[in-house]
Structures are given as C-alpha cells and as structure tokens.
Design a protein around this ligand. Structure first.
Ligand code: DGY
Length: 357
C-alpha cells in the first residue's frame, strides 16, 4: 500500500478571493485555506486529483484501487477537514468522531447507505453525493443485464469459449424476446426513468411504482401501478431504489413468488434490497426464470448458489464503470467537497439539516 501527499501549492489569487468569501458561520470554525487537510480513501481519476491539486493545501490519497481497512480509515480520518470516500467505505460514528475539524464527507457515489448520516448531522458534518453524472451509465448497464439474461449472453459466451459448439442449431440456447414485453420499474427516479426511456426503443409496455405520478415517466407513456402489480405483470422487474431501512429486503420470498414464472429480476441498485437466500430459491425452484445482478447482499461475496445457476448473469458492481462517468464522479465529488469547505452553495448535500444546526 502506498500513500502520497499532493505537493502543497501556493494559494493562487483566485483561490484567495474564494477564501475571503468564506461564510465561516456555515462551516462553524475559523478555517482558512491553508488549514485544509483532506483525505481521499482511494485512487481516483486524474481529473479529480488535478482539481484537488489546484485548490487545496494538503491532500493525502490512499493510492490503491482497493478498499481501505476500516481501522486504517479511522486513523487516516484523524485531524482532517474533509474526507473524499467511496460507496464501499463504511463511514460510521468511529470515523466521524475521530476529527473534531471534520466538516465534509464527500461520497464518490450516488448511494450513501454506507454513511451514518444521522450521526454526521448530529456532528454538523455535511455529507454529499454524486447524482446525475452517472445516470446514463447505470441505465445502460441495466439494459446490458436485461439483454444478457433475456438472450442468454453469459451462457452463450461460456459455450462458445468451451470448444463444445458444433454449429448452429434451431433449438440452441433459446432466450426470450424483449421487444413488446412489459418492463416494471421499482424506483422511478433519474436512473429508473433513464431505463424506461431506453425501453421505448424496444416498444415495451412500461409500468412503475411510486407514491405519485412522475411527469417524466408519464411523458414516456409509462403507467403507475401498485408494487404488487409491478411484480405480477412485469416480464422484467428492475430495481432502482436507494438502500434504506424501508427498502432492505424489499424483495423476499413473497415478492419473488408474486412475479411471473417467466419473469426476470434485475438489480443494479444495492444488494441488500433483495434477500439473496430467497432469490437463490426463486431461481433454483423456478418461481422466476432468471436474474441479472450487478450488486449483492454482502459484496464482494456472492451467494454460492447464484454462481452455479446458468440463468443468472452476475457483474462485479459495474453500474457506473465507464472512463467518462467515473471521471465525472471524481470531479463532482471534489467540487462538492470544495464547495462545502468554502461555504459555497452545494447542490448535492444529502443532509442540509447539518448546515442549520
Ligand atoms: C453509486 O454511485 O451508488 C454506485 O453504485 C457506485 O458506488
């Protein structure tokens, strides 16, 4: 494991101007740009690092492409004003409490279930995330999974590589049509809507569940129905809800049994939204036909039952994994962090109550 400090750069005039605009009442302490002490918990795309280099006095980056040990993270958080962390870092009371100077935790992720937001708010620590910039990449990967499970891409690829293919056959590896089928969206936010938009190109009937009509979905011709109707009517059920206490195990035995035996379950949101034991049974016993999964209950572990099933396509949490998207996420995470430290307006604060406390 290596570790490096970004060299200190003398504050430039434009930086000085920004510092003089600091609203100190918002950050709550007498902080100047030269005092900022930032820790980045992972190697991030260069565009994000460049922005940090230009703007800050001291930045330490854990220069690895693997998660940091939690005990080490607590140590590294000591005396920091800001942390830039990943969705796989657990930011609990121990991390949040180690530096009285900590003002911002910037998550390089749209989901923030990895952060104890209530504890952060109690400590007046601002938490930010990276919505918007990852919508299309995540919707595209959802579609990669829909097509992969429907057309048995994983099985076909393994078969072609195996050397056992003897030539084209009428009944070989038959999948199911996607065109004209019913797509059910659970979680009609930005990503769910982007998935629905792509479904129009496949002439699909789109249904979704939400507390009230979503204009962007209505504009696509999608129909709002109950959660149980999504389950019972969809050929493809796609999950796009954040992980919260209410959505943990939203999909369990009852829900999988309500789905059509010909249906597919797609989860590109968060693993604990489904009960993996129930999902394995649903697939083994034919309650549903297949699943496309980018997320798992206990990442990076994948329930062994899933790995031996041919009717499942598994990916290692690649939803946002494109060069362009990860670069945009890194830049946005840095911008969020800097805006909070400077006392500027930041659109991506998930706990605005922390500002007013
Ligand atoms: C997200 O942004 O929530 C992705 O899952 C990456 O963590």
């Amino acid at each position: 494991m290596s570790h490096f400090s970004v060299p200190l750069e003398p504050a430039k005039c434009d930086t000085c101007a920004i510092v003089s605009q600091l609203d100190l009442s918002l950050v709550g302490v007498n902080i100047s740009v030269m005092d900022w002490n930032i820790f980045v918990s992972r190697r991030i795309p260069q565009a994000g690092l460049d922005l940090l280099r230009k703007s800050l006095t001291r930045v330490d980056v854990f220069d690895e492409d693997a998660p940091m040990d939690h005990a080490r993270l607590i140590e590294e958080a000591r005396d920091r004003n800001g942390l830039l962390i990943m969705g796989s870092d657990q930011i609990d009371a121990a991390v949040l409490g180690v530096s009285p100077r900590l003002r911002v935790v910037s998550n390089l992720s749209v989901g923030y279930n990895n952060i104890d937001v209530a504890e952060a708010t109690r400590r007046k620590i601002i938490v930010t995330n990276t919505p918007g910039v990852l919508t299309d990449a995540t919707a595209d990967l959802t579609w990669a999974l829909i097509l992969a499970v429907a057309r048995r891409v994983g099985e076909g690829e393994r078969f072609a590589r195996s050397g056992q293919w003897k030539g084209w056959a009428v009944t070989q590896l038959l999948g199911t049509d996607v065109t004209g089928k019913t797509l059910g969206i659970v979680g009609a936010g930005r990503i769910g809507t982007a998935v629905a938009k792509r479904a129009c190109g496949f002439s699909m009937k789109i249904i979704y569940t939400a507390r009230s009509d979503k204009p962007a979905m209505v504009a696509l011709g999608a129909k709002r129905v109950s959660f149980d109707e999504v389950l019972s009517q969809s050929d493809f059920v796609c999950v796009h809800v954040p992980l919260t206490p209410e959505t943990r195990h939203l999909f369990g035995e009852r829900e999988f049994r309500k789905m059509k035996p010909t249906a597919y379950f797609i989860n590109v949101a968060r693993g604990p939204v489904h009960d993996e034991v129930a999902l394995v049974r649903a697939l083994q016993e034919g309650w549903i036909t297949g699943a496309g999964l980018d997320v798992f209950e206990n990442e990076p572990q994948i329930a062994p039952g899933l790995l031996t099933l041919p009717n499942v396509v598994v990916l290692p949490h690649l939803g946002t994994a494109t060069v362009e998207t990860r670069s945009r996420m890194a830049v946005l995470a840095v911008e969020n962090l800097l805006s909070v430290l400077r006392g500027e307006q930041c659109e991506n604060v998930v706990n605005p109550e922390a500002l007013s406390r």
